[in-house]
Write a protein that binds this ligand. Structure first.
Ligand code: NAG
Length: 564
């Protein structure tokens, strides 16, 4: 029930200005004053007999007010002729029929002491702040006034222009109009004159608020983002040092208004604008508004998100653009690249190793050539290699002899600048053969043994054995085996040969091995000591030309197998 009363009070308040709805009332000592409630309330009790009772709270108890000359209850009013300091307190009014009791309204009355030296009390005034140049009027009071009551206006307690109207009009306010205006209503009652005052402090400010204080916080910007990400664009405007009701802040997407946010997640548009909010930081007032983008799309990257801040003539804008971001967290492509590299690197390493192994010989030769490396200088040896070609007279083969005495020296000596000692060619018969062999092997850096099935004679074996002995035991001479013909059975060879690492064997592949850039020569050169050469670009030797090449022609007389 009391709620209904309250609602009715509010509705009535809008229509009945003569009875202001106020809960706490300040009043000056010695002035006429009244409390009132809305009469229409009584309609509810029309069928019933009721009484109206005014109460004042005294020591926590509601005490009925005793009417006197000074305090008069009249219709819906409780009048004070005049109010006194002792009247301060809580008041209420109730309706009561036989069965029910309703409190209609309550007030707190606060009677202020009159300032003896002034026409007003500075705790009992309202302040109105206005801008110069505007029109304004000051209202005296909402108190109900009879026609024969008179009004006087005072400015700073001096009679103001003999003004007697209820409203004081200013067509154009000026700073000089600032002051404290007091309006005094004189009321005649039972042969006496009472009065009621109302004081307004008027402050007239020099200028309209500076429109230039309007300012968007931050500049145009590009926000790095990613497709599918949520973005919240924040636009904040600086309003100045007090609220400006007429300022507006809003977002535009390519010149069109975005939808408003609903606050319901399922029904939220993909891009929506929130309500603007006012913030106060210290004495500065800001207004801020958010634009929510649920999931950034490719299209959004091309939009202009414009924040507009507007007041009167002054407009400021800020444009925000979205851009595909660079590195945030760990982007997928970086991760992919890293993974690919991680997988690729071992592959590349393996490939490089494979390449090095495959082309080891080429690389070494290339390197030797590049650095003009020379392993032969200063070791006191005369020959680069001692070639052991020992034909068995019993079964001589032309091919083998031609290889040992013509092709081998042709290429190694003429083309690659090595110096060979071929016993049959260089150390012709005469002298102690075995001693010669020993001393020649000693003077050579390598011992080239041309292996063949024919390499079987005891004497040949001796030469081979002594060379092997030097190489394997004394480690003075390195051995190179040339397998001239495919050998299926190594058992005829000295046992110590089998100790040699297989990579020191070079296989002759007939015509395939003839060109100087063939694998055979590369392998052979690889095993030979490094020695700078002038590379002859001529890639192929015609064996038929060899006779005229200036090598010492071999002689059939140089016969190792001759008995000693
Ligand atoms: C928007 O930006 C302003 C100024 O930078 C800041 O004070 C405010 O907290 C921001 N609002 C949100 C919701 O992030």
């Amino acid at each position: 029930m009391s709620l209904i009363f309250f609602l009715m009070l509010v509705i009535e308040a809008a229509t009945d200005k003569l009875c202001p709805l106020r809960a706490s009332i300040d009043v000056l000592e010695g002035e006429y004053f009244f409390l009132c409630y809305f009469e229409s309330m009584q309609e509810h009790f029309q069928e019933e007999v009721y009484t109206i009772n005014w109460y004042k709270e005294n020591a926590g108890k509601q005490q009925p007010i005793k009417e006197t000359h000074r305090i008069v209850s009249q219709k819906n009013l409780l009048e004070f002729w005049p109010a006194e300091l002792s009247d301060s307190g809580n008041y209420s009014v109730t309706y009561s029929s036989g069965k029910q009791n309703f409190t209609v309204q309550k007030w707190t009355l606060n009677v202020l002491e009159r300032n003896k030296s002034s026409c007003f009390n500075k705790n009992h005034l309202t302040t109105e702040i206005k801008n110069a140049g505007t029109g304004h009027s000051l209202k005296c009071s909402d108190l109900s006034v009879n026609e024969n009551d008179s009004i006087a206006w005072f400015k700073d307690c001096k009679n103001y222009k003999n003004e007697t109207e209820r409203e004081l009009d200013f067509k154009t306010l000026a700073v000089e109009h600032s002051g404290i205006y007091t309006c005094k209503i004189l009321i005649h009652h039972e042969g006496k004159t009472y009065y009621s005052t109302n004081t307004i402090k008027l402050v007239v400010k020099e200028d309209a608020p500076e429109a230039t204080t309007l300012e968007i916080v931050g500049r145009n910007e590009e926000i790095q983002t990613e497709i599918g990400k949520e973005e919240v664009l924040n636009c904040t405007g600086f309003l100045g040092y007090c609220m400006q009701e007429d300022a507006s802040l809003y977002w535009l997407i390519n010149q069109t208004f975005p939808e408003k946010c609903t606050g319901i997640p399922e029904r939220e548009p993909s891009i929506c604008e929130e309500e603007s909010k006012t913030l106060q930081l210290g004495n500065k007032v800001y207004v801020t508004r958010l634009l929510r983008i649920k999931k950034v799309t490719d299209e959004d990257m091309h939009h202009n998100f414009t924040c507009v801040f507007q007041m009167d003539e002054n407009t400021q804008i800020k444009i925000v653009k979205l851009k595909k971001g660079k590195i945030q967290d760990m982007p997928e492509h970086i991760f992919t690249t890293a993974m690919v590299l991680a997988v690729l690197f071992p592959c590349v390493a393996v490939a490089v190793m494979f390449f090095c192994v495959m082309f080891r010989i080429e690389l070494v030769l290339f390197y030797r050539n590049l650095c003009r490396r020379d392993d032969t200088a200063g070791d006191g040896k005369e020959y680069d290699a001692f070639v052991s070609y020992l034909k068995d007279c019993a079964s001589p083969t032309e091919e083998e002899r031609e290889f040992a005495l013509k092709i081998l020296p042709m290429v190694l000596e003429k083309h690659f600048g090595y110096k060979l000692c071929i016993f049959e060619r260089d150390v012709c018969p005469g002298g102690a053969v075995f001693d010669d062999i020993h001393s020649f092997i000693d003077k050579s850096r390598r011992l080239i043994i041309i292996l063949s099935q024919n390499y079987v004679s005891d004497r040949a074996i001796y030469e081979l054995e002594s060379g092997l002995h030097k190489a394997l035991v004394e480690r003075k001479t390195k051995i190179i085996l040339i397998e001239y013909m495919p050998i299926s059975d190594y058992s005829f060879l000295p046992e110590s040969l089998s100790l040699l690492p297989s990579k020191r064997v070079v296989k002759w592949k007939k015509d395939n091995s003839l060109p100087v850039n063939s694998r055979f020569w590369k392998n052979l050169r690889y095993l030979m000591p490094a020695k700078p050469t002038k590379i002859n670009t001529k890639g192929h030797y015609n064996i038929l030309d060899l006779g005229s090449e200036g090598t010492k022609p071999w002689t059939e007389d140089c016969d190792f197998n001759a008995p000693l």
